[in-house]
Design a protein around this ligand. Structure first.
Ligand code: SAM
Length: 280
């Protein structure tokens, strides 16, 4: 294992601070600093960038982000047991690591990121990974506070994020992410890389915000994708009935009533969302 800093090995850190992994907090730690460095580099050049890291745990990715040159890392961690371990890293990199003990679902990340370019890079706790992603992508205003998201997900969730029409994994998450971002799977991470190993393979996903996503109110897009994918194999004239006059909506959006949600590209859903808004 390569040396990226002069801090102790993560196994020692975990032992010394009593950081036995807790399932309830989605704790699957990465102890290989080569791997955490690769994840940090997947986030792009970090010089001059503030990185928001959700769930630093014992700090393997945090250390890589700092060693790779992030101007500042804001690390948001819910587990109070990890704070002492993170404080040791903060002392090694004076003024560059801000530790926030909080639930990431409840903090104002844009405010924490401050001025200047910022990015989110994290090995997410799987139990809150999708709500966190939705919170970053489905904001009312755009562009967002971040210029990139580099995130670990279970492979199955990663496939849903990058899915295209016709893919089995295509659904609400793929439409939302495809509307606002370019998304790709950067690489897979095998189970054995984690302590303890999760049940499934994981993937690092990279999302870059689109400069000019098609204009459309988020809540209307969510309403139409919820209705359409709620009955994904039914024809749209049937699945959209819960929204009112499905035939009129489809006509206004220029979509054939006999088509199914799984074949409609992002632009089709945006047209539907706009037609819904106009009909309200
Ligand atoms: N970054 C570390 C690594 O790669 O080894 C730990 C990743 S582990 C998959 C997820 C981390 O998120 C844990 O440290 C856990 O305590 C933390 N966590 C879980 N739920 C959280 C929440 N709601 N807000 C902030 N942190 C959370």
């Amino acid at each position: 294992m390569s040396q990226i800093d002069d801090l102790p090995p993560l196994r020692d850190v975990i032992q010394r601070h009593g950081l036995a992994p807790k399932k309830s907090l989605g704790q699957n730690f990465l102890l290989d600093l080569n791997l955490t460095s690769r994840i940090a580099r997947t986030g792009g050049r970090l010089e001059g960038v503030t990185v928001i890291e959700v769930g630093p745990g014992p700090g393997g990715l945090t250390r890589a982000l700092l060693a790779e040159g992030a101007a500042k890392v804001v690390a948001i961690e819910k587990d109070s047991r990890a704070i002492a371990a993170l404080t040791e890293i903060a002392e090694r990199y004076p003024g560059r690591l801000e530790i926030v003990e909080a639930d990431a679902l409840e903090v104002d990340m844009a405010a924490l990121a401050g001025e200047g370019p910022s990015r989110v890079i994290a090995n997410l706790p799987y139990n809150v990974a999708t709500p966190l992603l939705t919170g970053w992508v489905a904001t009312e205003s755009w562009p967002p506070f971040w210029d990139g998201l580099t995130l670990m997900f279970q492979r199955e969730v990663a496939e849903r994020i990058v899915a295209e029409p016709g893919d089995e994994a295509y659904g609400r998450l793929g439409v939302l992410c495809g509307w606002r971002c370019e998304a790709r799977i950067a690489f897979d991470v095998r189970r054995e890389a984690f302590t303890p190993p999760p049940n499934v393979t994981s993937s690092i996903v990279r999302l870059t915000p689109r400069e000019n996503p098609l204009p459309c109110p988020v809540r209307d897009l969510e309403a139409v994708t919820q209705a359409a994918f709620g009955q994904r194999r039914k024809m749209l004239r049937q699945s959209l009935k819960s929204l009112g006059d499905a035939t009129a909506l489809l006509e206004a959006a220029g979509l054939e009533p006999t088509r199914r949600a799984e074949e409609i590209p992002v632009e089709g859903f945006v047209a539907l969302a706009r037609a819904r808004r106009a009909a309200l």
